[in-house]
Design a protein around this ligand. Structure first.
Ligand code: ZN
Length: 469
């Protein structure tokens, strides 16, 4: 080792220690200088021996010389040799100290080199420097000094200058390390994590960025509420610095995902006028089937002012909830007759309902010298209803005097006929129910004025309808 040191030192043209500023000139090991150094050291050695403190050594040497006189011959050589040895030891220890550095590492990662063993610990333990570390790291750094920081002695044999870290370098090296542990805030919504930020201030900044994005330039006083679509919670977390995101980074990431994780929610209170209707009043009629509905008294629409809560998410309409109404002009309810009889298809009941609301003006039987095969009911373009449940077997105009007509088969040989219609609203094959509107009466065919001609046939033979109604 000592030989290596000397060989190395001999190569040096100029060696400068940054730490203490001592400069060793190029002549340090020249033969002349070596001799001069050794001579000086020998003189020093002699001086020690001649001084008061050297009395014991001197006495001891005298003792030796008294017992072993031949030693006296070699005394000068011994003193020169001892002086040379001292010189070598002194010089090598001097040089070794100047070649000694301290490498410091965090979690096993070497960060740099310092000259003094205590430089790193002093730097990380002072409150002012800790504050600077936090500032440069952008988060509260958790060093766990004892566990994570290691300072190791190293000998640097190099002809070039060894860069040594000063306090400022140490601070930066530690603060900018991705693996350094920091205290962060992990931000959650109800459905998941949206990011890990350095501080509550960064969380607030993120929320401000979102509000700015959607509400920039708006008069916020028009909103009764400005918030978010989801409740945000934050939890403290100790994590590697590289896991932290800035508010801007999280914002950009949320932008790319179209703010699916969370949105800005605003609530406005709006007033507007609208027309409205009252719920119809129903009058139940158990003689009618449940598909029957007839407006007995029409209603009238009203006008009212609505006060509503209008919710937007990221500027887009989301939902509206009416809060109250102020009536300007009241609506009136329509009254409607509604059938309550269950729909069923009891074919061939034999009991028929009157197919139109009107007086019988011409009965079944002989009329003008021939048989009137049905009855005439006095209605003028009015609804015509099926007399019983059945199936439409004919509708149309055969040109046989009935005009537009409908024939319904009720099963068990029963059939009903409806003639002189202005319009049929059923088709052949339709199943119809008793009381169902099937047509509008009229004056088609051989007819002397608008009326409904109605027949009941059993096995094809006309019967008096009044007996079956
Ligand atoms: Zn008739």
């Amino acid at each position: 080792m000592t030989r290596e040191v000397f060989a190395h030192v001999a190569r040096l043209t100029s060696f400068r220690s940054k730490a203490n500023g001592v400069i060793f000139g190029r002549s340090v090991l020249s033969p002349l200088a070596s001799f001069a150094t050794l001579a000086t050291l020998e003189a020093g050695f002699r001086k020690i021996l001649s001084g008061a403190s050297g009395r014991m050594a001197r006495d001891s040497i005298r003792g030796v010389l008294a017992r072993k006189p031949y030693v006296r011959v070699y005394a000068p050589l011994i003193s020169i040799g001892a002086a040379a040895l001292c010189g070598i030891l002194l010089f090598s220890s001097l040089m070794t100290r100047d070649l000694t550095y301290y490498e410091y590492s965090y979690k096993g990662k070497v960060l740099g080199v310092v000259k003094d063993e205590g430089d790193v610990y002093r730097t990380v333990s002072r409150p002012e420097t800790r504050a600077t570390i936090n500032e440069r790291a952008g988060a509260a750094v958790v060093l766990d000094d004892d566990e994570n920081i290691e300072v190791k002695k190293v000998i640097k044999l190099t002809s070039s200058e060894v860069p040594v870290d000063r306090e400022d370098d140490i601070i930066t090296n530690i603060a900018t390390l991705g693996d350094v542990n920091v205290v962060g805030r992990v931000v959650h919504t109800g459905t998941g994590e949206i990011g890990t930020l350095a501080s509550e201030a960064e969380v607030d900044k993120l929320l401000d960025l979102m509000k700015e994005r959607w509400l920039e330039g708006e008069d916020l006083s028009k909103y009764s509420e400005v918030g978010f679509t989801d409740e945000l919670t934050t939890d403290e977390i100790t994590t590697a610095r590289k896991n932290l995101e800035t508010a801007d980074e999280v914002f950009d990431r949320l932008s790319r995902a179209s703010f699916a994780a969370i949105g800005v929610r605003t609530v406005e209170i709006l007033n507007y006028d609208e027309e409205y209707e009252e719920t119809p009043i129903y009058i139940d009629d158990d003689e009618r089937y449940e598909d029957y509905e007839l407006v007995a008294t029409p209603g009238a629409t009203g006008l009212r002012t609505v006060t509503a809560e209008y919710v937007r998410v990221n500027g887009e309409f989301s939902e509206q909830t009416p809060l109250s109404y102020e009536v300007i002009r009241p609506a009136t309810a329509a009254s409607t007759i509604r059938g309550t009889k269950k729909l069923s298809k009891p074919i061939g009941s034999g009991k028929f309902a009157r197919p139109a609301n009107g007086a019988v003006t011409s009965p079944f039987g002989p009329r003008w010298g021939r048989v009137h095969e049905g009855i005439d009911i006095d209605v003028n373009y009015a609804p015509v209803y099926a007399a019983g449940d059945g199936k439409v077997v004919y509708t149309g105009n055969k040109g046989d005097g009935y005009g537009v007509m409908i024939a319904i088969d009720h099963g068990e040989g029963f059939e009903t006929i409806y003639g002189h219609l202005s319009q049929s609203s059923v088709n052949i094959g339709d199943e119809v129910y008793k009381g169902q509107r099937i047509a509008t009466s009229g004056n088609t065919g051989r007819s002397t004025g608008a009326h409904l001609h109605f027949e009941v046939r059993i096995d094809g033979a006309p019967r008096n309808p009044l007996k079956y109604l």
